[in-house]
Design a protein around this ligand. Structure first.
Ligand SMILES: [Fe+2]
Ligand SMILES: [Fe+2]
Length: 190
């Protein structure tokens, strides 16, 4: 799925379902951070109209997912706690180059890969959860996050010649696969 180099192991679903409340709290935080990340693209790159318009939409959708998550969380009687670091995202951010076009290219590539990974994992959940509201919710997220993955790659295609990012895309896919293989499984999205 989405050229991801390593499949999420089936055991990840077991770990998540064993402590589903923790997973939901982490997932809610991921949606909030995804929205903030999309907004930050628009702040950092205000002179790219297509990028701004796309990321504004993404930010809205991620915020809507966050709103849906808060409904789920309060319905289950859960409370949000302090934000926890996301080792997967932190490892990816460390790979981001920081100069010129490379900075934006890496940000968009990492954005696309993270959306792809989220989609892969929601798909696993949607296939495992018993039929009902939550199962439908995760099935809807698969559609939405796959769209985010696609718009990320689309932006790269429109903004930069392929020679400037294709090899780096392959490299980051390999590195992301390695990160997923190395990190311990948690009751969390990543
Ligand atoms: Fe989302
Ligand atoms: Fe997304």
């Amino acid at each position: 799925m989405f050229n991801l180099r390593s499949e999420t192991p089936k055991e990840w679903v077991d770990v998540v379902l064993d402590d589903f409340d923790s997973f939901l709290l982490d997932h809610a935080a991921c949606e909030r951070k995804a929205s903030a990340n999309a907004v930050s693209f628009t702040v950092r790159y205000p002179n790219h109209p297509k990028l701004v318009q796309t990321m504004v939409r993404v930010a809205q959708e991620e915020m809507e997912h966050y709103a849906q998550m808060t409904d789920i969380i309060y319905k289950r009687g859960l409370q949000f706690g302090k934000d926890e670091k996301d080792p997967y995202i932190n490892a990816l951010i460390k790979l981001n180059r920081w100069e010129g076009d490379e900075r934006l290219i890496d940000r968009l590539l990492i954005f696309s890969i993270v959306e792809g990974r989220g989609c892969e994992r929601f798909h696993l959940l949607a296939n495992t959860l018993p039929q009902g509201e939550l199962q439908e919710f995760y099935a809807d997220l698969v559609r939405s996050e796959s769209q985010h993955h696609i718009v990320g790659v689309q932006l790269l295609k429109e903004m930069f010649p392929k020679e400037q990012w294709e090899a780096r895309y392959q490299e980051l896919l390999d590195l992301e696969g390695e990160i997923v293989r190395t990190l311990p499984l948690r009751a969390a999205l990543h």
